[in-house]
Structures are given as structure tokens and as C-alpha cells.
Design a protein around this ligand. Structure first.
Ligand code: HEM
Length: 155
């Protein structure tokens, strides 16, 4: 089960990235072309938020009870979290940055419910989604990084 959950966490990154890029492009387009905010627009934002929240739940499990879990990982004698690149990444940098990104995605989706003009909905959501996208891109353990992981589970 442990491996399955990690694989799902890995795989969901692609779902989030595709949906988030769509949300960024669609909110930018809506803002710049003064579009009317539609149910279809809201649906893309909603799916983006749902995929982010599922990844968050899986991530919280990894963070607390996974291989590097705060409650399960036993640090070898003399190893400090802040001095070890892998531990620092998986126990602090990755979770904290990703949680921030998911908060921004939630705020972006929240714009669909705000009673502001459609152009403001698109403009503000665009900003939230764009910053979230940048945070996610820099916090994914891409294979070329020191702390890298495969692009797809089991690769
Ligand atoms: C947009 C959100 C996120 C994305 C795209 C993402 C992506 C990833 C990827 C691709 C991996 C490598 C998986 C593998 O080894 O196959 C990973 C690992 C991990 N993630 Fe996330 N993550 C996200 C959010 C989170 C959050 C919010 C947390 C914690 C609260 C978290 C905690 C972890 C931990 C602890 C690992 C290491 C697990 C292990 O190797 O045993 N992630 N994440």
C-alpha cells in the first residue's frame, strides 16, 4: 500500500500540472479578452483544486508516516535534517512550498465564488494560479535534481 500511495502521489503531479497550466491560460485569456465567467471556467478551476487537495492528503501521509516521515524516519546518529539535502527537501522544503502552492490554488478557485466583476475574477485567479504553478515547478523532485525522483512511478 505504501508504494501504491507514493506512486499515486507521483502520478498526480501530471494531472495537477496539466490542469494548472489550463487554469493559467484560461484565466489569462478570460482576463485579457474580457470574457464572461462561465460554468465551464469554474469546472477547470474546481478540478485543479480537487487534484491538488488529493495530492495534499497523499503528501501529508508521506510527510508524517512515509519513508522520510516526521514520525517514522529514524535519523542516523549525527545526521541533522538541515544539513542533509534529501531530508531537508522531503521533510521541509517540498511540503512547505507545496502546501503554499495548494493554498494559492484554493484561493484561485475561491475567486469563482467572489462577488466581483468577471474581469477581476480572471485577473486575480490568474495571479494565484501562476504563482502556484511556479512554486510547484520549482518544488517537484525532477530526476535531474540531486534529490530527484522518476518522472513516472516505478521508472
Ligand atoms: C502539488 C503538490 C505536490 C506535487 C506535484 C508533489 C510531487 C511529488 C513527487 C513527484 C514526489 C516523488 C514521488 C516518488 O518518489 O515517486 C513527491 C514526494 C514526496 N512528497 Fe510531494 N508533491 C506535492 C505535494 C506534497 C505535499 C503537500 C506534501 C506534504 C505535506 C508532500 C510530501 C512529499 C514527501 C514526504 C515525499 C517523499 C516521499 C518518499 O520518497 O518516500 N508532497 N512529491
Amino acid at each position: 500500500m505504501e508504494t501504491g500511495l507514493l506512486h499515486l502521489h507521483n502520478l498526480l503531479r501530471w494531472v495537477i500540472l496539466v490542469l494548472l497550466v489550463l487554469s493559467v491560460l484560461q484565466s489569462y485569456n478570460g482576463w485579457k479578452s474580457n470574457k464572461t465567467f462561465s460554468a465551464g471556467d469554474k469546472k477547470i478551476w474546481l478540478f485543479t483544486m480537487i487534484s491538488a487537495h488529493i495530492t495534499l492528503l497523499l503528501g501529508l501521509y508521506q510527510w508524517t508516516l512515509g519513508r522520510f516521515g516526521l514520525f517514522t524516519f529514524v535519523k542516523p546518529e549525527g545526521v541533522s535534517m538541515m544539513k542533509d539535502a534529501t531530508l531537508r527537501f522531503y521533510q521541509m522544503e517540498h511540503p512547505v512550498t507545496m502546501i503554499l502552492a495548494i493554498v494559492l490554488i484554493t484561493l484561485g478557485y475561491g475567486m469563482s465564488k467572489k462577488s466581483v466583476s468577471d474581469v477581476d475574477k480572471f485577473k486575480k485567479a490568474f495571479r494565484y494560479f501562476l504563482v502556484a504553478l511556479v512554486l510547484i515547478l520549482i518544488s517537484i523532485p525532477w530526476p535531474f535534481r540531486e534529490i530527484g525522483r522518476p518522472l513516472f512511478p516505478g521508472m
